[in-house]
Write a protein that binds this ligand. Structure first.
Ligand code: KE4
Length: 428
């Protein structure tokens, strides 16, 4: 299927660790060689061997309007002629900051960076600087990029002290990261009690994409909001995935719970490397040069990325109906996918919200990492490969949400469902 991809992959491994610039791309979780993509348009990816696939990850979120979206391309081409980057302020950065503050309920001031990782790393530094406290709480199964403070797994003991989850992360760093299971408010209350006055921030994905799609249970986000209000802890919603995906104002708008800070990425760059962190002006005023918390970046707010991102957000702001469209696409597609699973009497779980969903190969309700891990990853790998052969490119890991785009029309939906029904039969 992928002769040229296989050749490229073996060549890539000579020069790039694992042959890829981000681990999940290596297909290790699903077997086989990764496909090398040459181009994409609308709902489709094309690999170097000329095979066509319907794209169900859309660059892990950014391509919500479909690949090579006209208005974004036009703005980038226009900006291109003025050189790529100055390392000096530009008007476009102001427009970008303004539109984000207009669209995201929690954001009164915002700083642009170049990735979601930079956004989350910076956000917790600011929260620590603002509160004068060292510890943070994160949740098992939530991913916030590869910053040291986040590569932490649950340590031993009920009051979960963090342990490094990767070589290179020091015990010194890990001790300041506390972990709790997602959707478990009591665990958070216990951690807060055991670390009274020491917790700077609670950071979470308000809808999780990184253990597969997992939704907050009723009252969970509100419960975290109350704990943070009572304990003067900074509540950070990591909306790198959900921002501008679940609503124009992200999950915080959809669920009506406003954090103190928000981190963004993916869609705000329209495919260019962009991240951002923002929140209450009172907190953001701590960021250098306004305040003492240092954070900087050569290419932060660069014209090319701002041109792409601003065109994306402007289109979304002027066409709020796209979220109804995305919800309709998601409801219809996932509804049919679920019907096909039930028709074969398969006991699998599907978690879905708007244009995000995951099919888990388990009969358990998936509400946290423990239940997510009951999935049959071997079966998922077979399903992934069967769908790929039928021209549907899923996320190459069970522990990743799928992301739909408005480019999915009835023709593509029919193709996905046919492939899904055939693949389910093939692997059982
Ligand atoms: P980046 O540094 O990859 O731009 O963003 C890190 C990040 C932060 N927060 C959330 C909620 C995220 O999902 C991410 C990155 N998401 C992964 C997908 N699981 C990116 C794909 C990859 O790692 O290659």
């Amino acid at each position: 299927m992928g002769k040229k991809s296989a050749e490229l992959f073996s060549k890539a491994q000579k020069y790039i660790p694992g042959g890829v610039n981000s681990p999940v791309r290596a297909f290790k979780a699903v077997g086989g060689n990764p496909l090398f993509i040459e181009r994409a348009k609308g709902a489709y990816l094309y690999d170097v061997d000329g095979n066509e696939y319907i794209d169900m990850i859309n660059s892990w979120g950014p391509m919500i309007l479909g690949h090579a979206f006209g208005p974004v391309e036009k703005e980038v081409k226009k900006t291109l002629k003025n050189s790529f980057s100055f390392g000096a302020p530009t008007a476009l950065e102001v427009d970008m900051a303004k539109i984000i503050t207009e669209m995201v309920p929690s954001v009164e001031k915002v700083r642009m960076v170049n990735s979601g990782t930079e956004a989350t790393m910076s956000a917790i530094r600011v929260a620590r600087g603002y509160t004068g406290r060292d510890k943070i709480i994160k949740f098992e199964g939530c991913y916030h990029g590869h910053g040291d403070s986040f590569l932490i797994s649950a340590g031993s003991g009920a009051i979960t002290m963090g342990e490094p989850d990767s070589p290179g992360v020091t015990k010194g760093t890990a001790k300041d990261t506390l972990l709790a299971p997602y959707n478990d408010l009591d665990a958070v209350k216990k951690l807060v009690e055991a670390n009274k006055g020491e917790i700077a921030a609670i950071i979470l994905e308000p809808v999780v994409g990184n253990m597969g799609c997992v939704l907050p249970q009723f009252g969970y986000l509100e419960g975290l909001r109350k704990i943070c209000d009572d304990e003067k802890i900074v509540l950070i919603f990591d909306e790198v995935m959900t921002g501008f995906r679940l609503a124009a104002g992200g999950a915080q708008e959809r669920f009506g719970v406003t954090p103190d800070m928000t981190t963004l990425g993916k869609i705000i760059g329209g495919g260019m490397p962009v991240g951002a962190y923002g929140g209450k002006a009172e907190i953001m005023e701590f960021v250098s040069p306004a305040g003492p918390v240092y954070q900087a970046g050569t290419l932060s707010g660069n014209p090319m990325a701002m041109a792409a991102g601003y065109a994306m957000l402007k289109h979304i702001q002027e066409n709020p109906g796209i979220y109804q469209k995305l919800d309709e696409i998601g409801d219809e597609l996932v509804g049919e996918i679920e019907k096909a699973v039930k028709k074969l009497d398969l006991p699998y779980t599907i978690n879905h919200i708007g244009s995000m969903y995951s099919l888990f190969f388990t009969d358990k309700k998936v509400t946290d990492l423990e239940t997510a891990k009951t999935t049959n990853t071997e079966l998922f790998g077979k399903y992934f490969q069967a769908m790929l052969k039928k021209g549907v490119y899923l996320a190459p890991s069970q522990y990743e949400s799928l992301f739909l785009s408005v480019a999915l029309k009835p023709k593509q939906m029919k193709h996905i469902l046919k492939a899904h029904k055939e693949s389910l039969k093939e692997i059982h």
